[in-house]
Design a protein around this ligand. Structure first.
Ligand code: NAD
Length: 541
């Protein structure tokens, strides 16, 4: 019972710690890294509040030192998946009936635990398991996840306050019910914040969840689950089920109780899941909500009036931070002929100077790509470009997986704007550049719009205000997150709601009220205070 119309705390974006030399936070994180690197932990499934061990084990390793195992994790089969579905369905009754403030408090507490005592652990886990530098971990596993947890509560409160008007003699209300059934949250390897947000924002709205993290990010997912538990998340509300995509996904998509999918990952997997939902449509109690944020082929396009220094910085950070493994990472760039000579020279110098290696060495700007598959994808694309008639390697190109999955930041230059790596997502530190005739600005905008099936992020660089407006107009549907004179990465919760269209997803804008709309099913209630007692209308007199 709630006897108040409560106001939730006003959220503020979590300040980013610098980890500068001699800072207390640096010493503390380094100590935690050292301690965790010396352990190999055993990671169970987490179903109905209980740890479940199947004995079918997978290994978590450091991508930058793949001989170093940091965990073994238990993988689910059909029996455990069905157990997780049952426990989610059973838990929903009590969880949905809690006053919204009680559910919100769990996630606000989780945010404070993460901002304080758990910060080093989740940052260290993200560095070790996903090969992020301390800065990339801090903006992801600390700040972005804390922001998601706090801002979603405020968005949810806003949503609950959304009520219809009432004419005289009646009271109309909207009750923002959770979906009937459970939601399947499926998270990618590349953002710990996304892994934490996909199940938690759904649960905040009164839903219960079966959550499957990527096998290469089970290590950080395990600690997220521990934070939720310490914050008081009741049994069965979020059930963590690790295992291969099909082994977990197939039985889940067969369940009549499937009420929604909250997915972030590749376009290919989302297509596959959408198709299976279509095939199973007669089995479900309700139409499942399908929310998927998927791949990208994100662009930077510069006008002849662009500031070359700002452009080069945006390219280097936008394309190579976290080894180009951000869905928003710049992977194709269009540079006008008048700027190319100086942009090329600066780019080559900057990229050659990038330090790459073990992320525990804080002087490195880049770590390794996530696994052997990704390493081979990058290496193959680089090899093809070396021998192609319409492409060449401008800088980088070195690949070495002896110790870790290391791919040097690489720029391919192509004369062909439809060259394969201008169109296909590689999801690694490989940027392809096309130099265009500086007088062909409008034609180039058209090429940018048509080249790839994706429409996630994009940036234009120009000082000329007319050029900026032309870019905004011509590229209206080419990116869901559009940047002017800034890199196309680094969206902040509450500031740049995130998501794209076309093959990049359903554009349900994580980090905004729009996303939460997908996890409720409103009931409209009309109460009439003095109902009529005679069926005859006055016109009949
Ligand atoms: P992925 O598609 O390989 O895996 C995503 C998740 O789906 C994993 O948990 C995986 O185990 C699971 N999965 C695979 N097959 C499945 C099946 N049959 N049933 C159920 N689940 C299944 O993606 P990834 O390599 O982890 O992440 C990289 C991709 O994610 C890139 O394409 C990137 O662009 C995209 N991404 C997009 C956004 C966005 O906001 N648009 C954000 C992050 C990542």
């Amino acid at each position: 019972m709630s006897l108040a119309i409560s106001r939730s705390p006003m959220p503020m974006n979590e300040p980013v710690r610098s980890y500068a030399p001699q800072s207390k936070e640096r010493a503390s994180l380094q100590a935690r890294l050292k301690q965790m690197s010396g352990e190999v932990i055993d990671i169970p499934l987490f179903i109905g509040g209980k740890e479940v061990r199947t004995g079918k084990l997978g290994q978590s390793v450091m991508p930058h030192r793949h001989s170093h195992t940091i965990a073994q994790f238990h993988q689910a089969g059909t029996a455990e998946v069905n157990q997780a579905i049952d426990s989610a369905v059973t838990a929903q009754r009590d969880w949905a009936r809690l006053p919204w403030e009680a559910r919100a408090s769990v996630f606000l507490k989780a945010a404070d635990l993460l901002a304080g005592p758990w910060r080093d652990t989740l940052n260290a886990a993200t560095m070790m398991g996903q090969s992020k530098t301390c800065h990339q971990a801090e903006i992801d596993s600390a700040c972005e996840l804390i922001d998601f947890l706090r801002f979603n509560v405020s968005f949810y409160e806003q949503l609950l306050r959304e009520q219809p008007r009432s004419s005289a003699g009646m009271w109309n209300r909207s009750e923002h019910r959770p979906l009937e059934g459970f939601v399947f949250a499926v998270s990618p390897f590349n953002f710990t914040a996304i892994a934490g947000n996909l199940p938690s924002c759904v649960a905040l709205c009164g839903n219960t969840v079966v959550w499957k993290p990527a096998s290469t990010a089970v290590y950080s997912a395990h600690f997220i689950m521990q934070i939720f538990r310490e914050a008081g998340l009741p049994d069965g509300v979020i059930n963590l089920v690790t295992g291969s995509g099909g082994a977990v996904g197939d039985p889940v998509l067969e369940s009549p109780h499937l009420a929604g999918i909250h997915f972030t990952g590749s376009t290919r997997v989302f297509h596959q899941m959408w198709r299976m939902v279509g095939d199973n449509i007669d089995k479900y109690t309700s139409y499942p909500r399908l929310v998927g944020e998927t791949g990208g082929k994100d662009f930077i396009v510069a006008h002849r009036s662009a500031d070359p220094a700002a452009l080069v910085t945006a390219i280097v950070r936008g394309a190579f931070e976290y080894q180009g493994q951000k869905c928003s990472a710049a992977s194709r760039a269009y540079i006008p002929s008048n700027l190319w000579p100086q942009v090329r020279d600066r780019l080559v110098a900057e990229v050659e100077g990038i330090r790459m290696g073990d992320v525990a060495d804080f002087s490195n700007f880049m770590g390794a790509v996530i696994d052997g598959n990704s390493f081979r994808t990058q290496a193959d694309a680089i090899e093809q470009a070396r021998t192609a008639s319409d492409a060449s390697i401008l800088v980088g190109g070195g690949c070495d997986d002896t110790e870790g999955y290391f791919v040097r930041p690489t720029i391919i230059q192509t004369s062909n704007p439809s060259y394969r790596t201008m169109c296909d997502e590689l999801f690694g530190p490989v940027l392809t550049v096309h130099v265009y005739d500086e007088n062909q600005w409008l034609e180039t905008l058209d090429v940018v719009d048509r080249t790839s099936s994706y429409a996630l992020t994009g940036a234009i660089f120009a000082q000329d205000r007319y050029a900026i407006e032309q870019g905004l107009d011509a590229l209206r549907n080419a990116a869901g997150n559009f940047y002017i004179n800034d890199k196309p990465t680094g969206a902040v919760v509450g500031q740049q709601p995130f998501g794209g269209g076309r093959a990049s997803g359903t554009n349900d804008k994580a980090g905004s009220i729009l996303n939460l709309l997908r996890w409720i099913s409103p009931r409209t209630i009309k109460e009439t205070f003095a109902p009529p007692r005679d069926y005859r209308y006055p016109f009949m007199g």
